[in-house]
Design a protein around this ligand. Structure first.
Ligand code: ARG
Ligand code: ZN
Length: 881
């Protein structure tokens, strides 16, 4: 491998393709090391192109065997073919058929892009640019074709053969021990949606009847012996299909929908037409092996990939700059689905935690980029929290601005107008502007401007005159390549909470009643006057987290405590507690750093107690309120000169104080929430377990032997992974004999189950103790660990680098050196996963100077390496920026 100083690709350089492909016939003869692919492409000049053009096809590590045009071999002088492309300088002027044969080695494919083997089975991953590793092709999403795929393999090696679309033929190849299957997909698609699978797989099936009465065969394929863990995923698929009919009027379109779970997968899952391929982590679940969080993730990812059938597949992206067109929209859809299946407020809180924990952090550092980037060197590095999660927030804001009916009308227009096409963000937003009869040009800045807007709110109440004045200013901070920003259109959902806890009506001067409570900001600074406010009120700002912004409001701790107990918006009840805790923590971090003592705040404990004792609240919500800001949250709120040790100490002290002060209540709840029935993964049961396990963790926080013993007992007696893992997590924070006993037991109990052993790797990697680095180094030699499997890498190394703030950021810099060394080794095998791991350094500039210097030195050492992949070079160079 060599460092590829590929020039950046720019959105502004977009040109329509010179050649279009109408049909693709693939003939794939599977073989462990010499798989042969015959591709027959029906090509024609693009009528909208600028006259005769050479044919330039992409390739990546391909071996060309033969090239014919309209059935006749093409002389070697008339084309150039190598590992990374095939060019025909003077192709025929009109439509023609190109046939190319290539050979590839699936067993040697450690990048897990293109056709590769996982546990001996053949599978593919083509998004974003993997299809070019199978055959030469115009590998860009605006080239859409109808595919027919014939797959042939040894019957013994691969009894199951799956492709996109519907099965049209199958049979034996007489006298060879080989068999074949032919799949036809009638829907034109970009090549990144191509997939095939061949292998020994068990299956779980059901039949789904669509809203118009068509019957669809659903199947989930898994490695042999694991079908009993596929039932939850299959049921989640049925729920997703029904929900998309009801919520968006979208019906499924093929006769079959297949899902295949594989053990080696770079990302979460892939929406290939009619043949989704999944990381087995997002399919396999049983009560004994999966936690409630795993079940929820499976439901969400199954839904996400299914929803792509309309938002991604039927309507795809014109180019990769438009990635959020399918990803942001589809994340929004899966979030809405989960909110409907579970608890809407709790889902919103969980999503906002993820957004702040990943996207806000990304947006505040050197890797910040707009939801729709304008340039990239390696597109795989743009499957980010910004494109996905902030992209979803932008769609949610459209819904908030327009209201649910107009939003739905805009979606309907989008589906009607762009079905079967490759679209852009402008085309998507135009549908909503038309449906709402409104101008969304300022709104488009959400796609073009990076950085998290910062909103400052001050209020002045005149109770005699009955007016409340809000002065609101907004600033979007500079980000790489974007030093100056324009003001954004920001929908801020608002409430004024009166003394009795009820909302006071909102009448905006010069406007009238505020529909749905949506205050729309558009200027750098604005004054809003509300009339008829005769009682003292506390403003509840950005309810439901209506806009992905940071808010600084002049709310005192009395106001926050009031909101924590009285706000009718559950999100802001939770937020008020978080803000209270965050203020205390930030003060205590500063005190610790100057050698002072931590302040103990009775007000916060009071607010927590009132939430704990409010029996009308759902347990899952209470669990969220009791989960104080994470170390990452505190670091982000501090923003600069970050000292991870001081943050840990302040947080630890607060958890101990809560555990001590609330011990009796926590213990009563812990006992009361005990569930004696059989395990069920439904949201209400999961919520009770979540609250019970938060109680356990807080009870143990002060380190009392009794509480640690309680955790050890729960670990030993648990009949489900949620309770077992929660107890182990609590034990992991206490350097006791119980911890090592439980860890050893876990390893032995689940030794044959790599997905479960990942939990064991991750937990140990997150232990906030100086001995953890040595522990993690030792675990890289554990027989269950492998750099070849992305899940193992993420569990052990990803958890250490992304989730262990004190130990990755060791003051001696050894955490950085260790991770950088692993990244460099990994880069030779799997650049995509290596580059992703390296993003752990993205907040290095915000650290205190000692750690900052060490992190910079490590980054520079990696950057100086002469043989980095393009993926890794891109991340390292942008990080140093
Ligand atoms: N489209 C997939 C999803 O559902 C992600 C695939 C990304 N894969 C990659 N190698 N970049 O989100
Ligand atoms: Zn997606």
């Amino acid at each position: 491998m060599r460092t590829e100083h590929a020039r950046p690709i720019r959105l502004s350089d977009y040109r329509a393709p010179d050649w279009l492909v109408d049909t693709v016939h693939l003939d794939v003869a599977l073989h462990p090391s010499r798989t042969r692919i015959k591709a027959r492409l029906a090509l024609r000049p693009n009528p909208s192109a600028r006259g005769p053009a050479p044919l330039v096809l992409d390739g990546d590590e391909l071996t060309p065997l033969s090239v014919t045009i309209d059935g006749a071999a093409l002389p070697a002088t008339e084309y150039a073919a190598g590992p990374d492309g095939l060019t025909i300088p003077q192709p025929p002027a009109g439509p023609f058929v190109l046939e190319v044969e290539t050979e590839i080695d699936p067993s040697a494919n450690t990048k897990l892009m293109g056709l590769y083997r996982s546990s001996g089975n053949y599978c593919t991953q083509c998004e974003a640019e993997g299809f070019r590793r199978i055959t030469y092709f115009p590998d860009r999403p605006d080239v859409m074709a109808v595919y027919t795929t014939r797959i042939e393999a040894e019957r013994d090696e691969a009894p199951v053969l799956l492709g996109n679309g519907n099965l049209v033929a199958r049979g034996d190849v007489p006298g060879t021990g080989r068999h074949f299957a032919v799949w036809h997909d009638p829907f034109p698609k970009p090549c990144y949606l191509f997939a095939l699978v061949g292998g020994r797989l068990d299956v779980r099936r059901t039949t789904f009847t669509t809203m118009s009465g068509r019957s669809v065969e659903l199947a989930v394929y898994v490695e042999p012996g694991k079908a009993d863990r596929a039932g939850y995923a299959l049921a989640a698929l049925e729920r997703s299909m029904r929900w998309d009919e009801q919520a968006f009027g979208r019906e499924y379109d093929l006769d079959v929908f297949n899902i295949v779970a594989v053990a080696d997968f770079n990302m979460g899952a892939m929406e290939n037409k009619g043949l989704n391929i999944f990381n087995d982590k997002y399919v396999l679940a049983s009560p004994e092996t999966a936690t409630d969080a795993d079940f929820a993730h499976i439901e969400a990812v199954i839904a996400h990939e299914y929803f792509h059938n309309w938002t991604g597949n039927r309507i795809t992206c014109r180019d990769w700059f438009q990635l959020c067109l399918k990803e942001g929209l589809t994340v929004f859809r899966d979030q809405e689905f989960s909110a409907d299946m579970r608890s809407r407020p709790v889902k919103r809180i969980a999503d906002v935690r993820v957004l702040r924990g990943h996207q806000f952090v990304e947006d505040a550092g050197p890797l910040a980029h707009p939801v729709r980037p304008e340039t990239y060197r390696e597109i795989n590095n743009f499957y980010t929290a910004t494109v996905y999660e902030k992209g979803a927030e932008v769609v949610r804001m459209l819904k908030i601005l327009l209201g649910p009916e107009t939003f739905r009308a805009g979606m309907d227009l989008y589906f009607a107008r762009h079905d079967g096409r490759a679209a852009t963000i402008e085309e998507f937003v135009a549908c909503f502007a038309e449906a709402g009869g409104t101008d969304l040009s300022q709104f488009m800045l959400w796609y073009g401007q990076a950085g998290t807007p910062e909103i400052a709110v001050t209020r002045r109440h005149d109770s005699q005159g009955g007016t409340l004045v809000l002065d609101i200013a907004q600033v979007v901070p500079p980000t790489p390549g974007q030093p100056a920003k324009s003001p954004m259109q920001i929908p801020l959902v608002l409430g004024f909470v009166g003394p009795d806890g009820r909302d006071v009506p909102l009448t905006l001067r010069g406007h009238g009643p505020l529909e749905r409570g949506v205050l729309v900001l558009t200027k750098p600074a604005e004054r809003f006057v509300f009339d008829g406010i005769t009682v003292p009120v506390v403003p509840s700002l950005n309810r439901g987290f209506s806009a992905p912004v940071k808010i600084k409001a002049d709310l005192g701790s009395d106001d926050l405590r009031f909101l924590a107990t009285h706000d009718s918006d559950p999100f802001n009840r939770w937020q008020a507690v978080q803000t209270l805790a965050s203020e205390i923590l930030i003060g205590n971090v500063a005190a610790i750093r100057t050698g002072g003592g931590v302040r103990h705040d009775g007000g916060l404990v009071h607010a927590l107690a009132s939430v704990l004792e409010d029996e009308r609240l759902e347990p899952a919500f209470v669990a969220q309120v009791l989960s104080i800001p994470s170390e990452g949250d505190i670091a982000r709120d501090i923003g600069r000169d970050v000292d991870p040790e001081a943050i840990f100490d302040a947080r630890h002290a607060l958890r101990r104080a809560i555990g001590n002060d609330l011990a009796p209540t926590l213990r009563v709840l812990y006992d009361r929430l005990r569930d004696d029935g059989p395990y069920s993964p439904d949201a209400a049961s999961a919520g009770r377990r979540a609250l019970r396990n938060v109680c356990l963790d807080l009870l143990a926080a002060p380190g009392h032997a009794g509480a640690v013993a309680l955790a050890a007992a729960q670990y030993a007696e648990a009949d489900n992974m949620t309770d077992r893992m929660a107890a182990l997590g609590t034990l992991s924070l206490h350097d006791t004999a119980e911890r090592e006993t439980a860890l050893a037991d876990f390893a032995e109990r689940f030794r044959d189950d790599p997905l479960v052993i990942d939990k064991w790797f991750a937990l140990q990697a997150m232990i906030p103790d100086p001995s953890t680095l040595a522990r993690v180094e030792r675990l890289t030699d554990h027989p269950a660990f492998s750099l070849g499997n992305p899940n193992r890498v993420r569990a052990l190394l990803g958890s250490f680098a992304q989730a262990n703030h004190t130990q990755f950021n060791r003051a001696d810099g050894k955490g950085y050196d260790f991770v950088a060394g692993m990244v460099l080794t990994l880069d030779g095998k799997n650049p995509q996963v290596a580059a992703r791991l390296m993003t752990a350094f993205r907040s290095w500039r915000a650290l205190e100077s000692g750690r900052r210097d060490k992190a910079r030195a490590t980054l520079e050492r990696v950057a100086a390496n002469p043989s980095l992949s393009r993926d890794l070079a891109d991340i390292v160079e942008r990080s140093l920026g």
